[in-house]
Design a binder for this molecule. Sequence first.
Ligand code: ZN
Length: 85
Amino acid sequence: MAEIQYANCPKCSSSNIKKVGYTWWGGIIGPALLTHVKCQDCRTTFNGKTGKSNRNAIIIYSFIIYPIGFGVIAFVIFLLISVRR
Ligand SMILES: [Zn+2]
């Protein structure tokens, strides 16, 4: 399997970059969608494709995903309550 080359760290220009598998804001889908990577030297996280911060993308992602997530949870709870009756 070929190693994917990520952009160097925007903060310390290290090339010791690893993919982030899981984040609190995006679970496992978010970081995969945004090519979220982490510098192993200074622990900065950024977009491995562009070499820029993912902060704005994370905010947009959260605004889209969280309402959907809460909607799904509310719907499942609603279903569970209706089934019991
Ligand atoms: Zn760094």
